[in-house]
Design a protein around this ligand. Sequence first.
Ligand SMILES: C[S@@+](CC[C@H](N)C(=O)[O-])C[C@H]1O[C@@H](n2cnc3c(N)ncnc32)[C@H](O)[C@@H]1O
Length: 218
Amino acid sequence: MEPTVWTGVYRDGRDLFTVNAEPGVRVYGEATRSVGGREFREWDPFRSKLAALLLKAPPADVLGTPRRILYLGGAHGTTVSHLADAFPTTPIFVVEKSPTAFAPLLALARRRENLLPLLADAQLPERYRADVGEVDLLYQDVAQRNQAGIFVENARVLLADGGRGILMLKVRSVTQRRSAAAVVAEARAELGRGGFPVRSETPLLPFSREHVALTVGR
Ligand SMILES: C[S@@+](CC[C@H](N)C(=O)[O-])C[C@H]1O[C@@H](n2cnc3c(N)ncnc32)[C@H](O)[C@@H]1O
């Protein structure tokens, strides 16, 4: 098990791992492995777009060492749990609007004290601005038509100067009619107009056919 350039993320061959903050507990049926007295959870790139992005060689400092994280679209907490492993002392605010998805997320957060879940709509960041405060990493994975607009609005309201952002753009959520390239170009333009020029663009194939990761900052 080797450390990677990303804080808290380890590698064995092609497989990524994080150190389990709750030894003996699995979050989504992932494999675990004990090495040197620590339990590692395998981070499945087919289940987590962030693992897919890391395997596709993004900028080395794509995550940095954030002091506060805002995560939009937490769902049941698959990716959130690995981020919480990787940054165990960093507050991670997780916005999720579906009450059905929020229940397991809340259960996860009760066991991991750096997770702070918010049942809220990511389209309305002013409503959670006071709870969250300024963050230096914004991560978004919400399957919505106006994904780029949601990202810009959250970044404008909550991302610190010099902060980083990762937008998992689901191309098919925007439209079925235009080409993926056109949809990505439009999102890039919207981020640029919003003051967040895109730094890197990474298709997540073969792990996801529908997503392109856009990063901003630094
Ligand atoms: C693809 S899932 C996220 C998967 C998760 N990021 C992971 O990797 O484990 C998208 C989630 O975004 C949530 N979502 C969609 N629109 C939202 C919005 N406007 N505000 C907050 N959450 C939203 C959905 O309820 C769903 O749980």
